[in-house]
Design a protein around this ligand. Structure first.
Ligand code: ATP
Length: 283
């Protein structure tokens, strides 16, 4: 049996970390939303051949157990004693290592698809719990809708009402290592983001308050290493964005414009000096 799942990219509207756990991983307090920039993940089960095969249209992604989609098959198959072989084909559209959660979303798409194919009957909450063993963003990607995300990433509380704003996503030509940025968080210096205020603003639908309460505590860390981040943000705001912010550990920046006409102008202007620019909407 074969299922094709959409695997949307995520952006962080709010990203804060209150502390490190004893294992040194950060505790998260985030608001995430998904956008209509997506990979397509085809998942096919092959009875009688126990192999896991992963194919992508990207030349530089691993096809073995280092691929998060491969790990998703392995975890679910082992946990539920399934014997089918699985072939995963990923059509990549989401830029890799960009702070857009592409690998996590592919893994979540595989978990959703296999839950259906193998008729496991797992709820989204149960899938999210399993997903955490792959990566901290995978539980959110199981839901792929605006949500408040806490804990290690496994506590996902959907938030309704986030407006379908036009969003301009731009990835500078930089490679940012997530573990390197996370290691650099100095908890004595963090200017915390008021995530509760952001959640309340989204719930009440007050656009100005949503923009005023957004923020990403990792942005100053990545920007200190890569000045391109601040330059891009300055350009976005100068060219008419209502707000602009880094997603995840970067380097992707996104700008939100209330008006589509302004978002279109911004997209065209940014294409002049940034090679990867996408005009999208939140899902
Ligand atoms: P994170 O912040 O979780 O590191 P990201 O959004 O910045 O994620 P991804 O596109 O998920 O970036 O890629 C992060 C790393 O995961 C890359 O080094 C990549 O090789 C690896 N990876 C494994 N599987 C995938 C996949 N299916 N798609 C993209 N990257 C993958």
């Amino acid at each position: 049996m074969k299922i094709i799942e959409k695997a949307p990219a995520k952006i962080n509207l709010g990203l804060d970390t209150p502390r490190r756990y004893d294992d040194q991983s950060p505790e998260w307090n985030m608001v995430m939303t998904s956008i209509d920039l997506a990979d397509y993940v085809s998942v096919e089960t092959i009875p009688g051949n126990p192999k896991i095969e992963v194919y992508t249209n990207s030349g530089f992604l691993p096809n073995d157990q280092r691929n998060l989609a491969y790990q998703a098959v392995h975890i679910l198959r082992t946990r539920f004693h399934q014997t089918d072989g699985v072939v995963v084909q990923i059509s990549k559209k989401i830029p890799v290592a960009a702070g857009l959660g592409g690998g996590s979303s592919d893994a979540a798409a595989v978990l959703r698809a296999l839950n259906q194919i193998w008729k496991l009957g797992l709820s989204l909450k149960e899938l999210a719990k399993l997903a955490l063993t792959i990566d901290s963003d995978v539980p959110y990607c199981i839901y792929s809708q605006t949500a408040h995300v806490t804990g290690h990433g496994e506590i996902v509380t959907p938030i309704e009402n986030f407006p379908h704003f036009p969003i301009v996503v731009a990835k500078p030509k930089l490679s940012v290592s997530t573990p390197t940025i996370l290691k650099q968080i100095d908890y004595t210096q963090v200017q915390h983001i008021d995530i509760d205020r952001l959640v309340t603003a989204i719930n009440s639908g007050t656009t100005a308050e949503i923009f005023a309460s957004m923020g990403n505590v990792l942005e100053p860390i990545t920007a200190a290493k890569y000045p391109e981040i601040d330059n891009l943000k300055t350009q976005m705001l100068k060219l008419g964005a209502d707000t602009a912010q880094m997603s995840g550990t970067g380097p992707t920046m996104f700008a939100i414009c209330e008006k589509l006409s302004r978002a279109k102008r911004l997209t065209n202007s940014l294409r002049g000096f940034c090679s990867e620019v996408y005009l999208v909407r939140s899902l």
